[in-house]
Ligand binder design. Sequence first.
Ligand SMILES: *Cc1c(COP(=O)(O)O)cnc(C)c1O
Length: 299
Amino acid sequence: MGIIDERKAIIQPIRKAWYQGKVASIDMLRLDLLHPVISGNKWYKLRLNLAYATDHGFKTIVTFGGAFSNHLVATACAAKQFGLASVGIVRGQQDSLTPTLQQCREYGMELLFVTREDYRNRHQPQWAENLAAHFDEILIIPEGGANERGRKGAELISRFIDDDYTHIATAVGTGTTLAGLRQKLPAHQHMLGFVPMKDTTEQQHYIIEHISEDKRDSFTLIPDTHFGGFGKWNDTLISFMNDFYRDTTIPLDVVYTSKMMYNLRELLDQNYFSAHERILCIHSGGLQGNVSVEEKLRW
Ligand SMILES: *Cc1c(COP(=O)(O)O)cnc(C)c1O
């Protein structure tokens, strides 16, 4: 598929000083380098959905998200490149457009704002009927690309992952990326899912439901207890991001990957790993979401 060149995704070793020799190696899979907007895991969750839409004559992609959703803007940008119209259903009334939503509009996405209550009912059949009456031949992609094609697309990330990594670390929102990869990778490669929220119940259920029984013990979700919830940040996190960039030249995003690396480092400090283990961290992108903290970042 022409719009993304997968050769841009490199594996970058992290300097030993960062993990003080507590494991044998830590590498970062830089999926953030694939594309500035359709970055990281979003491309993998979208690609089979978009291919399906094109192959089956759909004209419009409809999807869902919040006002800061990386998925929404990635969909807007990718749909445009596939020659498809796009509609974004946004949760909550907005007084003004966030930079993310402005970008969605620039890519031609039509935005519909719905109350939180209406949003919660989005899986009911009359929702789809209403949408179908208003837009041309629609394909609905759930929030976060969390469908079968999204998980199958995420399986493709496994092509970058060597067999000798003992742990694969990834940030978790819906759990779609982790579920797809978990299903595909051999069980001896333990997956650590870093959830940037205090509660991981929903993601735990989602992942269990979508992987086979023999894989159910081979992933662990790590909640975030430091930063006060999804999308929240403080000066400690910003300093961590700046230090990490200085040490590695890798920019992290303020919502997902910064919290993953912060909490991974905490596990290292607690001697969670053995000295022979090899960790691959997936940089799932999301850098477009850093606009809100841009003036604090030193890169
Ligand atoms: C969307 C996103 C995630 C979460 O992916 P899921 O498949 O929903 O778990 C992780 N990291 C980044 C940077 C994201 O934008």
